[in-house]
Design a protein around this ligand. Structure first.
Ligand SMILES: [Zn+2]
Ligand SMILES: [Zn+2]
Ligand SMILES: [Zn+2]
Length: 105
């Protein structure tokens, strides 16, 4: 990888939650998500940019937290919004059980 993310020192979430109920903003607002992402700074669970409300990106814009990780089964990639960079971050443990997408049935 030629590019680097300068925000790795900000990662606070090093163990993924055992399970989540879905995108926390969608659950509150009654909307649906496609894929789930977790904020690696505060643990906010939001939805991807294929989802109507794009809550993960919205969380970045509101909080400035730059790093998310996919919590889809079998996916380990992270994304830095500031560096516009996909990366795999070592040292994040666990796998999250997630419910099926309400939009992909
Ligand atoms: Zn970065
Ligand atoms: Zn959402
Ligand atoms: Zn956050």
């Amino acid at each position: 990888m030629s590019q680097e993310c300068s925000h790795l020192g900000q990662v606070e979430v090093t163990r993924l939650p055992e399970s989540v109920d879905g995108c926390e903003d969608c659950l509150r607002e009654g909307t649906g998500w496609v894929h789930l992402r977790i904020c690696l700074l505060c643990g906010h669970v939001g939805c991807c940019d294929s989802s109507p409300e794009r809550h993960a990106t919205r969380h970045f814009k509101q909080s400035g937290h730059p790093l998310i990780r996919s919590i889809e089964p079998g996916e380990e990639w992270s994304w830095c919004y500031v560096d516009d960079l996909a990366l795999v971050i070592d040292g994040i443990e666990g796998e999250t059980r997630i419910p099926p997408s309400p939009l992909l049935n």
